[in-house]
Design a protein. Structure first.
Length: 228
């Protein structure tokens, strides 16, 4: 994308979101590493995955659809919390309609790893906790997730756009959290400035993801995936 074109897009996104005002901060910054894990295909780390609490008291394990191999064979998720490690095989994966997000099916819920709650995104500061891609090393040596800080500056067509530096490989599928620790989106990727990655990230707005989950439930596929 040419720089001049990007500036026009940037301005239109800011204009679209400037009417939104962030609510007051309710809690201090905290590290939700227990809710964020790694998705593996064999021994290769492919993305970050996280546990989301839904309004119907069920939970969903989510990541980006483009990160998930077409075959579920030999896929697993790994979560760490306070020195404990929980690992489960992925038994199914289901791309959600209209969003770049996949619902992962597990044999059962991962006990002891809390789920994140969600709320609608506003123009505000955010954090993206994730496990950087460790495929060059033994992936399970990653002791804890890391965070990058950013700021949402606009929303367009159900996607949120944010500035963040650096946006590392492995952030795909990570939750985008506001200052209250609530999920406002799912990190998908970075925009390009010509042939170079920019410091602009984008993701699916969480309300679109929750709506897609609701459509899936109404279609009668509730038990097909999720490990709820």
């Amino acid at each position: 994308m040419k720089l001049g074109v990007w500036c026009v897009l940037f301005a239109s996104l800011v204009a679209a979101g400037c009417a939104l005002s962030p609510p007051p901060t309710e809690s201090p910054k905290h590290m939700p590493s227990c809710s964020v894990g790694m998705l593996f295909a064999g021994r290769e780390q492919v993305s970050t995955v996280f546990k989301l609490q839904l309004d119907n008291n069920s939970v969903a394990y989510l990541t980006t659809a483009h990160s998930v191999p077409s075959k579920v064979k030999d896929m697993s998720v790994v979560f760490r919390c306070d020195g404990a490690l929980a690992e489960q095989q992925v038994v199914s994966s289901e791309p959600l309609p209209g969003v770049d997000v996949t619902l992962l099916g597990l044999p059962g819920p991962i006990v002891g790893m809390p789920a994140l709650r969600f709320e609608r995104a506003t123009i505000e500061r955010v954090r993206i906790p994730h496990y950087p891609n460790m495929s060059a090393l033994e992936p399970r040596l990653a002791e804890m997730a890391i965070e990058i800080d950013g700021k949402i500056f606009g929303e367009k067509s159900g996607r949120i756009y944010y500035t963040a530096t650096p946006i590392r490989i492995g952030a795909s599928g990570a939750p985008v959290l506001n200052e209250r620790g609530r999920v406002v989106g799912i990190s998908v990727g970075r925009l390009m400035d010509g042939s170079v990655f920019s410091g602009i990230g984008y993701g699916e707005a969480i309300e679109r993801v929750v709506a897609a989950l609701a459509i899936r439930d109404r279609s009668g596929n509730r038990n097909a995936a999720g490990g709820m």
